[in-house]
Design a protein around this ligand. Structure first.
Ligand SMILES: [Zn+2]
Ligand SMILES: [Zn+2]
Length: 465
């Protein structure tokens, strides 16, 4: 078996691994680069000719794992893309939205640069179009969790719950399953135990090689039990001061998790009653997918549905689809909560809400998700006096809060819990999907504490077993 690290190597985004195993050529994930320093790689030709790949295995729908699939399909990939059924339902929503954003961005940039008479660093054409995303949806092949699927005479794969977002999976690739199996496990992105809505990560026992994410490998999250206390405190204080609460959300998972917590706060009267907008057609569609996949939900959530207390329907909550209804929110003079995408403020309706609130000291911008380096979200967290939105500098007067306990990613403790379940420990552990400093800190401590061969691969490094 041979593995090539084609992304998420000493960085968080662009997850992509190429493996050659028993005569098959597989790609695990095909993610978009989102850190500013690496954006150019999105435009570069694929290191592996797309038409030469036999199967793509997809861990989950986040764009840093799936966001280059439309480009792969456009450039000649025609074979199946294997994923869990929930991921199969989410993927078209996510990729068509991404393609629409690409098209809009390119058109907008072209217009702005023409007006300003300057040239762009990147081409003013979209990275891919909606029709390319549609090509991907025709290749989706859903595989139920835990079902062993044969890819060739000597290779099979299995998807295990990763507990990160709806449909997320760790992927086990088994070479020579019959006689002398060699197992390689890709963690994908792992979630925290006991988080809202979805099941906990599945624990695996056997693997010779493991590729593990390291996003929060150097720290532990706040106690999740405090989520609702902190949330109600921030909301109540802001409302008392007459401000609005803006929450940039990823349409997949974080929006639904927030609704879960808000529904509880509203039903227990722990926050003032007010309009709560989910201003995102995409998050609304995603919420419908949650309802179609009870097999991914945990017992607590299923019990809520059974008792008629849906976390996705509660007093005050409004789903906003049309642009007109979204614009109407701006005219609202009483305090309200707006959840809108994109999660890192790099596009989407949240930018318009930011324009309307960022200069108001009484409003709060509440971050509940990871903010990659170089994104508008990360900039706002760093609290400069001004930030640039839609080509204009704007004063940052709003209160900025960040809640890390929401993280969809396992913290250090959870990563170790997952890793330590392999018995015997994997002979090689590759650490990926983490910022350089974080990943090296984790590698160092694991190398010292455990009898493991820890490798921190660089971009395009290869390893043969
Ligand atoms: Zn993810
Ligand atoms: Zn990721």
């Amino acid at each position: 078996m041979e593995i090539h690290f084609l992304g998420a190597a000493q960085q968080v985004t662009g997850s992509c691994y190429f493996i050659k195993v028993a005569g098959l050529r597989l790609l695990v994930d095909c993610g978009l680069y989102q850190e500013r320093a690496f954006l150019e790689r999105n435009w570069a030709p694929f290191p592996i000719p797309p038409e030469s790949i036999d199967f793509v295995l997809l861990t989950h729908t986040h764009l840093d794992h799936s966001g280059l699939l439309p480009k792969l399909a456009r450039e000649g990939y025609r074979n199946p893309i294997l994923m869990t059924p929930a991921t199969g339902d989410l993927l078209p929503i996510v990729l068509i939205d991404a393609a629409e954003l690409q098209e809009e961005d390119a058109a907008y940039k072209k217009k702005r640069h023409k007006n300003e008479g300057r040239r762009s660093r990147y081409p003013e054409v979209p990275l891919y179009r909606v029709k390319d995303a549609e090509k991907v949806t025709r290749l989706i092949k859903p595989i139920p969790y835990e079902k062993s699927t044969v890819l060739g005479p000597d290779v099979s794969v299995r998807f295990h719950e990763a507990g990160h977002i709806l449909g997320s999976a760790a992927i086990e690739v088994i070479a020579h399953p019959g006689k002398d199996p060699f197992r390689m496990v890709f963690s994908g992105d792992l979630g925290q135990w006991d988080k809202a809505l979805i099941r906990d990560p599945a624990l695996l026992e056997r693997a010779q090689a493991v590729v593990m994410e390291s996003t929060y490998g150097d720290r532990d999250h706040e106690d999740p039990a405090d989520i609702e206390t902190r949330l109600s405190q921030i909301i109540t204080e802001t409302v008392r001061g007459g401000g609005n609460i803006l929450i940039p959300v990823f349409a997949v998972e974080r929006a639904q998790e927030l609704m879960f917590h808000l529904s509880r706060l509203v039903r227990k009267n722990l926050i003032p009653s007010m309009p709560i907008f989910l201003d995102s057609p995409m998050a609304t569609d995603v919420t419908d997918v949650f309802l179609r996949h009870p097999e991914c939900l945990d017992r607590e959530t299923l019990d809520l549905f059974r008792s008629g207390q849906s976390p996705f329907q509660f007093p005050g909550l409004k789903y906003v689809r049309s642009r007109e209804d979204s614009k109407e929110i701006n005219g609202l003079r009483t305090p309200h909560i707006v959840m809108a995408g994109s999660g890192m403020c790099t596009g989407g309706r949240i930018k318009h809400h930011l324009v309307n609130n960022i200069g108001r000291a009484e409003s709060t911008i509440l971050f509940v998700g990871y903010q990659a380096e170089g994104t508008l979200g990360r900039q706002i967290i760093e609290r400069p006096p001004q930030v640039r939105i839609f080509g204009q500098q704007r004063l940052l007067r709003a209160r900025v809060e960040q809640m890390q306990s929401f993280s969809g990613h396992a913290d250090r403790r959870a990563l170790l819990r997952w890793l330590d379940h392999f018995q015997p420990p994997p002979s090689t552990l590759f650490l990926t999907h983490g910022e350089k400093k974080v990943i090296h800190r984790l590698a160092e401590s694991l190398g010292l504490e455990r009898d493991l061969d820890v490798v921190v691969p660089g971009y395009r490094d290869t390893h043969t077993f």
